[in-house]
Design a protein around this ligand. Structure first.
Ligand code: NDP
Length: 287
């Protein structure tokens, strides 16, 4: 069996086309939706991600403003900027690019953002809403990308055994919560660094969501024939001296899965589409 591709680029582009009309409608009513992105320091990958997010804004008709703070800045400067943006009626969404340099408390920074402007969906209010089954707010981008990609296969998810590998605050844990929601109805297992016999857990699963950050840690023959694989991992490795991006799942799994996301071109572009969707949602929730 060779897996069908879950094409994050194509799905993301289709979502963006729909958002364009929403952005125009909001723009006509009260000015273009406005996303502010803050980046602290000079992490090369973060600069690429931020540029990609700003390009998506341009495609859709979302105004984007970028603040570059030096690595040496005081965490207090960042908190003051967030406070100012929280109060700014012209701003619909605020995103602080992760990772922050040492000395910054990412959770505290997230909590400082007005939950109504938290387009990453990481604020405890927005994460907590998922636990109560309220899915009409700002959902975390990568976990909602995972769900949208699973739904795009057209396969029935109800009652399926889903394994989420990784339990981070921003990917694994909220992805598991979304998979277990009424309406999606998967039976969810969460695994982490203390889990035993990951191979067996994988082989028993109909759906594998890999979010660890270790190249190829899920071996091809751990994937049950016909399983659906969503590979969230983004790992930069060197092949013959050249850089290459790979996921957490060995590429050979394409020969066993029924559906699988590529890396790159899978969850990455869909995550950006979900960020754009949150920005439109945040703008339409405000007067
Ligand atoms: P974190 O480092 O925050 O979390 C990694 C998780 O993996 C932890 O919960 C850890 O467990 C778990 N883990 C580590 N080793 C094992 C193991 N042997 N078996 C099972 N679980 C293990 O990473 P993130 O969640 O932030 O990101 C994960 C990956 O996803 C990264 O590659 C990142 O680059 C990528 N990513 C991709 C995005 C996209 O848009 N495509 C967006 C965000 C992230 P424990 O809790 O016990 O330490």
């Amino acid at each position: 069996m060779t897996a069908q591709l879950i094409d994050g680029k194509a799905l993301g582009a289709a979502i963006e086309r729909g958002l364009k009309a929403d952005a125009e409608e909001i723009g006509g009513r009260r000015g273009a939706p406005h996303l502010v992105v803050i980046i602290v320091g000079d992490d090369a990958a973060s600069h690429v991600y931020v540029r990609n997010k700003q390009r998506a804004c341009e495609r859709i008709g979302i105004k984007s403003t970028r603040y570059d703070l030096p690595r040496s800045c005081d965490p207090e400067d960042l908190m003051e900027l967030i406070e100012r943006l929280n109060e700014d009626e012209e701003v619909d969404g605020i995103l602080v690019q992760s990772p922050l340099p040492p000395g910054f408390d990412e959770v505290m920074v997230t909590e400082a953002i007005d939950p109504r402007k938290d387009v990453d969906g990481f604020h405890p209010v927005n994460l907590g809403r998922i636990v109560t089954g309220k899915l009409d707010g700002l959902l975390p981008c990568t976990p909602s990308a995972v769900i949208r990609m699973l739904e795009s296969t057209g396969e029935a998810l109800s009652g399926k055994r889903a394994l989420v590998v990784g339990r981070s605050r921003i990917v694994g844990m909220p992805a598991a919560l979304l998979l277990a929601q009424r309406g999606v109805d998967a039976t969810v297992t969460i695994s982490h660094s203390k889990s035993q016999d990951l191979r067996r857990l994988c082989l028993e699963s109909d759906i594998i969501v890999a979010a660890v950050g270790r190249p190829g840690m899920i071996e091809a023959d751990w994937v049950a024939p016909g399983a659906i694989v969503i590979d969230v991992g983004i790992n930069r490795i060197s092949v013959d001296g050249a850089g290459k991006l790979v996921g957490d799942v060995e590429e050979g799994a394409f020969e066993r899965a029924s559906w699988m996301t590529p890396v790159p071109g899978g969850v990455g572009p869909m995550t950006i589409a979900m960020l754009m969707s949150n920005t439109i949602r945040a703008a339409s929730m405000r007067p």
